[in-house]
Write a protein of this length. Structure first.
Length: 450
């Protein structure tokens, strides 16, 4: 009887999964022992990755973007090391009067572009923004209701993530896989049975707007609050597209400030209710942050201004490109999710790859030919699979100049990569040639969107 191989010995994270330990062991062997040499080697690797995504690979990952150039220029290095704790006029530190203008201007600009009265811009990630809402609106032992993981429910919505940190019980919302939305018929019964204090919608796969007014009516009738996590669609919402959550019944809105928003990494909580936002602010500081890297704010503000000036042109281009890709993938014979109810309404596209070995393997095969994307849950009507699909986002390639006209070739490359119909080295060269069709990065405000 064969014995399983001994687990890899690693220093970095010996508690990690076997697959992670195997990779960590290879990385640790590759790095020099001398710290300075190890950092030099790491810097070279980072530069190689940047060259890869700027010159060779198609970055189709739905969770990233290219930061707005004006924002990158505004990222003042000195500000990262300048703590700023509390509101202007009531800070722990003295002498920050110049920075008061930064904090007020950016919070106001972000609130305006998201259609909110208030914006809390200090969280350093959307996960922390969500945790701030959980802290403000729920007590340990309370129940929250969220989308299933196979329907796009994010880690920060489930017990393995921020709700578990807060000590919350997590129940899953009923989901209609055919409609790609919460099951409105079963929602009232679930709310009566589970009695959540908070319901979270929005997630990692956003092909359709939520039927938010109907969801909000049911949630509020049961005395709960409604949180809309707009992390993936914030850039569309900022340009008046997709949907307007706070006007459609959401009590609070959270989002990542990169992804479709095109700013630096970070998170925001936005809302109209002064009392709710005061509770969120107290959770953010002094609850979850002290220094929050003030240098993030000017780049965040630049992205918000860019969306305001774009006035829907960038968002429309992302969606048009996604729809063209969706149609081209279907023409290649691939099972595109959601086709029965019409084309995607966002920059997201998802393909059911259960018959092709599942999402993780499919993503790895595509990465081997420089088509970079991720797995995602598959909310298929014939049976959900938490790792049964791949997810594609067009927000980055649109910034890089790709349009609807390029999508048949992108779809052909994806189909060939998924089905391994041609040698990987041949397909990789074709992907590189496809990437080199377009150079540079378009500004959110001033881009030529075809």
């Amino acid at each position: 009887m064969e014995t399983a191989p001994a687990p890899e010995e690693v220093r970095t994270a010996p508690w990690a999964s076997p697959d992670a330990r195997a990779r960590l062991a290879r990385v640790e062997r590759e790095l020099p022992h001398d710290p300075a040499e190890a950092l030099r080697r790491a810097g070279e690797a980072a530069q190689a990755h940047v060259r890869r995504i700027e010159e060779e690979a198609l970055l189709l990952y739905a969770g990233g973007n290219v930061p707005e150039a004006a924002g990158t220029a505004a990222h003042a290095r000195m500000l990262s090391g300048q703590p700023s704790m509390g509101y202007p006029g009531d800070k722990y530190q003295a002498g920050l009067e110049h920075l008061d203008l930064v904090e007020v201007a950016v919070a106001r600009t972000v609130a305006d572009v998201m259609g909110a009265r208030f914006a809390e811009v200090r969280p350093t990630s959307a996960t922390l923004a969500n945790l701030a809402v959980y802290t403000a609106l729920a007590q340990p032992g309370d129940t929250i209701a969220v989308l299933p993981d196979w329907a796009g429910g994010h880690l920060s919505h489930h017990a393995v993530g921020a709700p578990g940190v807060r000590g919350l019980r997590v129940a899953e919302l009923p989901y209609d896989a055919a409609a790609l939305d919460v099951d409105l018929d079963r929602l009232p019964g679930m709310l009566a049975r589970e009695r959540p204090v908070l319901v979270v919608v929005g997630g990692s796969l956003m092909l359709r707007p939520h039927r938010l007014e109907a969801i909000a009516e049911a949630v509020h009738a049961h005395g709960a609050r409604l949180l809309y996590d707009a992390s993936h669609v914030a850039g569309l919402i900022a340009e008046g597209r997709f949907q307007v959550p706070l006007r459609e019944g959401a009590d609070l809105l959270t989002f990542s400030t990169y992804k479709s928003f095109g700013g630096p990494a970070g998170g925001v909580v936005a809302g109209d209710d002064e009392e709710l936002m005061a509770r969120v602010a107290a959770a953010v500081y002094p609850g979850l942050t002290a220094n929050y890297d003030l240098a993030r704010l000017l780049p965040l503000g630049a992205a918000a201004v860019g969306h305001g000036r774009s006035a829907g042109r960038y968002a429309d281009a992302c969606t048009a490109t996604a729809r063209a890709l969706e149609a081209a993938l279907a023409a290649q014979g691939l099972p595109v999710l959601g086709q029965a109810t019409g084309p995607t309404r966002s920059h997201h596209v998802a393909v059911d790859v259960r018959a092709l070995g599942g999402g993780p393997g499919a993503a790895r095969r595509l990465a081997a030919v420089d088509l970079l994307l991720s797995e995602i849950g598959c909310p298929a009507p014939d049976g959900p699979d938490p790792r049964g699909a791949i997810r594609i986002g067009t927000q980055t390639v649109t910034r890089q100049g790709f349009t609807e006209a390029d999508m048949p070739d992108v779809a052909r490359a994806l189909a060939d990569g998924l089905q391994a119909t041609r040698p990987a080295e041949v397909l990789r060269d074709e992907v590189h040639a496809l990437r080199r069709r377009h150079t540079g990065t378009r500004s959110l405000a001033d881009g030529d969107w075809g």
